[in-house]
Write a protein that binds this ligand. Structure first.
Ligand SMILES: [Zn+2]
Length: 294
C-alpha cells in the first residue's frame, strides 16, 4: 500500500516508466539542469521484478518521485518491494529513498555511501530546497546494508549481482547486473547524451570503463541517456574523458593555473553532448586537481 497522503505532484509523476527488458522498468531522466519544474527528475531510475519480489534501482531526487516510483510498481505487480539499491551518492539517484522508509526492505549501497551522504546530504538538501518546491518533505536516508565488493541478491528466480567499484564517477559507484536478461544497470558509470560529470577520479573512471562490460552484458541502462548494448556509449564517454585528461595534462606541462586552463579548455566544442554548460568547467577543475599530483 502507498502512504495515504501520497498526493503526487504532476512534475514528479509526469514521466512514464517503460519496460526495457523483461521485468525491467525505467523512468528516463530529462537532459536538463535541475529546475523548479523538473525538480531533479534528470536521472534514469526504476525497478526489476522477480518471481517473489521487486528491487528498486535508484529513486529520484524527491520523496514525490519515490512515491511515483512506488505507484509505477503497484501498476505492474502486487509483489512486495524487497530491495532498494542506490547506485551512488548523487541526489538525482537516491534522494527519493524516503518514499520507501515505511517498508521492511534491504536498502543497499556502496561501502562509502553512508559517509558520503553524511558529508554532503545537508548541502544537497539546502541546494534543492532553494530550487524546487516539490523537494519539501524529502529527507536523506542512508542504506541499512553496504557492499564491500560484491553482493548477490535474489528476487525469486531472478538473481542480481551487485558490484561496488573503485573510485570513478564518484567514490560510491555500485552497479546491478541481471544475468537473466544480460542487463547491466550502470548508474552514472555510464553517461549517454548528457555530458559526464566527474566527481571521483578521472584516471579511476577510465580504468573502470575497461572492465564495465563483462562478457555476458548485452544491454546497458546508463545513469543518463538511452538503453543500448553500451559499446558506442562507452566509446563516446571514453573519448571525452581521455580528451579531458590529455588537455589538462598539457595545461599542467605548460604551467597553466586553473583559470588559464579553464580559458584554454573551457571553450571546447562538445557538439555531441547535452547539458554542457558549467559541467565541463567543473570537470576541468576536478581533473586539474587530480592530475597536478601526477
Ligand atoms: Zn551521478
Amino acid at each position: 500500500m502507498l502512504p495515504a497522503a501520497a498526493a503526487l505532484s504532476t512534475a514528479a509523476a509526469a514521466l512514464p516508466y517503460r519496460e526495457v527488458a523483461e521485468g525491467i522498468f525505467v523512468r528516463f531522466g530529462l537532459h536538463e539542469e535541475v529546475t523548479a519544474d523538473n525538480c531533479g527528475a534528470i536521472a534514469n531510475i526504476g525497478f526489476i521484478v522477480g518471481d517473489a519480489s521487486v528491487a528498486v534501482v535508484d529513486s529520484g531526487t524527491t520523496q514525490q518521485q519515490g512515491l511515483a516510483l512506488r505507484q509505477a510498481i503497484a501498476d505492474v505487480t502486487d509483489k512486495p518491494i524487497s530491495h532498494l539499491v542506490a547506485t551512488h551518492v548523487h541526489f538525482d539517484h537516491c534522494f527519493g529513498h524516503s518514499a520507501f522508509a515505511d517498508l521492511p526492505l534491504r536498502s543497499i549501497g556502496h561501502r562509502n555511501l553512508p559517509r558520503a551522504l553524511a558529508e554532503r546530504g545537508a548541502f544537497y538538501v539546502q541546494l534543492l530546497s532553494g530550487i524546487c518546491p516539490d523537494f519539501a518533505g524529502t529527507v536523506v536516508v542512508p542504506p541499512n546494508e553496504t557492499v564491500e565488493d560484491r553482493l548477490d541478491i535474489d528476487l525469486g528466480n531472478r538473481p542480481l549481482r551487485l558490484k561496488a567499484w573503485p573510485t570513478a564517477h564518484t567514490n560510491t559507484d555500485l552497479t546491478v547486473f541481471d544475468p537473466s536478461t544480460g542487463t547491466l544497470w550502470a548508474g552514472d558509470l555510464l553517461f549517454d547524451q548528457r555530458l559526464p560529470t566527474l566527481d571521483g577520479s578521472l584516471l579511476g573512471w577510465l580504468e573502470v570503463l575497461d572492465s564495465l562490460l563483462a562478457e555476458e552484458v548485452r544491454r546497458v541502462i546508463p545513469g543518463h541517456g538511452a538503453v543500448s548494448d553500451g559499446r558506442a556509449a562507452i566509446t563516446a564517454q571514453r573519448r571525452y574523458l581521455e580528451t579531458l585528461r590529455d588537455g589538462v595534462r598539457q595545461a599542467l606541462a605548460d604551467d597553466l593555473d586553473i583559470p588559464a586552463t579553464l580559458a584554454r579548455l573551457g571553450a571546447d566544442d562538445l557538439p555531441d553532448w547535452q547539458v554542457v554548460e558549467d559541467v565541463h568547467g567543473r570537470n576541468i577543475v576536478s581533473a586539474y586537481t587530480e592530475l597536478e599530483w601526477e
